[in-house]
Design a protein around this ligand. Structure first.
Ligand SMILES: *Cc1c(COP(=O)(O)O)cnc(C)c1O
Length: 438
């Protein structure tokens, strides 16, 4: 058994041992280690990656230039990098059952942009989810390059219903818009949608109009790998994902596709969009793909969902309205208006931060407030499930959130909650053995 103090020293060693020469950065990293371990991490797109993933991404491969692909590099000295990238590709293919994998995208945004570059021409029409109803910036926001290059048309969710059956992706609208606008590409995938996304109806609609279909699995990639969400692989033409959200790997992106589209996807990533790949991060992706193939990861993903369901029920009990009536995945989208009509997402996020509860404000469908203010909060269970929390802790966290928001003007109550949060986090340390790689 590892004691808390050896965990401390392993984390301290990682930060201060490595960065003895730069006390300014070392001190900041120490503060960040402390922040991550003593506050609750409920941002739905975050997770605690393993010490092995961190070790690989901190490796000497950061020194290597590897423009091109294994066996076809522009520079010498890529014997090892080739093997690393091949291993990452093979592991990604086997984890998701895909014919072709590109593991080079620096991020989810680059994976999406590369897919557009491969499949459509500038000015072409793309059908994707509305940003204010759960879509992502790279699905055609006017402030994103995607919205400047392509003509995006957007679908949304059905109206809210008292019994919770509303606020589901409106597939009739997808179908109608597809027929009317004739997009060359249809995009599924969201950042703030708490229900399962069935890829099958999208495939049908795309086939009806001769469009391609991209599934952006940035959020549910880990659930998909574990069989806890229907897989779009083999249904969509292209599946993009991030490796750092529910998949619990390093910060980065990847693309899965059929053999015949593989070539155009590869050339869209490089040389189309990126220069040299981050082979140290690709090594870390390979580690994460192997971890996600283990039985423990299946248990983890099932627990992430069970925790989200328990969390949703406990939040409803506290008087919050759950958008879409609850959750099938790793996140809850909370409508704050029933709890407190005066409370905005912005105020809630700020006061929760002071209590040590980290989450983000989020627009809810048909939000009357602007995106910077919002009426909602997005709460995810992926990170704290990694730290070992289960259903009973979700009930505690829901009550801490409600107490914080009810007593938001009471400084001493906020201090008391902050102390309770620290105590809870100390019992669920994401790195009980420090950063030792076992
Ligand atoms: C997070 C996310 C992305 C972008 O990922 P980055 O790594 O931040 O670029 C793309 N699409 C969706 C749906 C996401 O949730």
């Amino acid at each position: 058994m590892t004691t808390a103090s050896s965990a401390e020293s392993s984390l301290a060693h990682f930060v201060s041992g490595v960065l003895a020469s730069d006390p300014e950065i070392r001190d900041l990293l120490e503060l960040e280690v402390e922040r991550q371990r003593s506050t609750l991490q409920l941002i739905a797109s975050e997770n605690f990656t393993s010490p092995s993933v961190m070790a690989a991404s901190a490796s000497m491969l950061t020194n290597k230039y590897s423009e091109g692909y294994p066996g076809r590099r522009y520079y010498g000295g890529n014997v090892v990098a080739d093997e690393v990238e091949n291993l990452a590709r093979e592991r990604a293919k086997s984890l998701f059952g895909a014919a072709h994998a590109n593991v080079q995208p620096h991020a989810g945004a680059s994976a999406n942009l590369a897919t557009y570059l491969a499949l459509v021409e500038p000015g072409d029409t793309i059908l994707a989810m509305r940003l204010d109803q759960g879509g992502h910036l790279t699905h055609g926001s006017p402030v994103s390059i995607t919205g400047k290059i392509y003509r995006f048309v957007a679908y949304g969710v059905t109206p809210a219903a008292a019994d919770g059956s509303g606020e589901r992706i409106d597939l009739d609208q997808v179908r109608d818009l597809a027929k009317r606008e004739r997009p060359r590409l249809i995009v599924a995938g969201t950042t703030a949608y708490s229900r399962t996304i069935d890829p099958a109806p999208y495939r049908e609609i795309a086939d009806d109009i001769g469009a391609k279909f991209m599934f952006d699995a940035a959020h549910p990639a880990g659930l998909i790998a574990a069989g806890e969400h229907p897989s779009p692989v083999g249904v969509a033409d292209v599946v993009t994902f991030t490796t750092h959200k529910t998949l619990r790997g390093p910060r980065g992106g990847a693309i899965l596709t059929s053999e015949d589209l593989g070539r155009s996807i590869d050339s869209a990533v490089f040389p189309g969009l990126q220069g040299g790949p981050l082979e140290h991060v690709i090594a870390a992706k390979a580690v994460a793909f192997a971890e996600a193939a283990r039985p423990e990861f299946k248990q983890y993903a099932a627990q992430v969902r069970a925790n989200a369901v328990a969390f949703a029920a406990a939040l409803a009990e506290e008087g919050f309205r759950l958008v879409a009536g609850g959750t099938d995945n790793h996140l809850c989208l909370v409508d704050l208006r029933d709890f407190d009509a005066e409370l905005t997402g912005k105020i809630a996020q700020e006061v929760l931060d002071r209590a040590g509860i980290t989450c983000n404000r989020n627009q809810i469908p048909d939000d009357p407030r602007p995106p910077f203010v919002t009426s909602g909060l997005r709460l995810g269970t992926a990170a704290e499930t990694t730290a070992g929390m289960k259903e009973p802790q979700m009930v505690v966290v829901a009550s801490l959130i409600a107490r914080t928001l009810r007593h938001r003007d009471d400084e001493s109550e906020l201090q008391a909650i902050r102390a309770e949060v620290s105590e809870l986090c100390a019992m669920f340390d994401p790195y009980p053995d420090g950063l030792a790689v076992s």
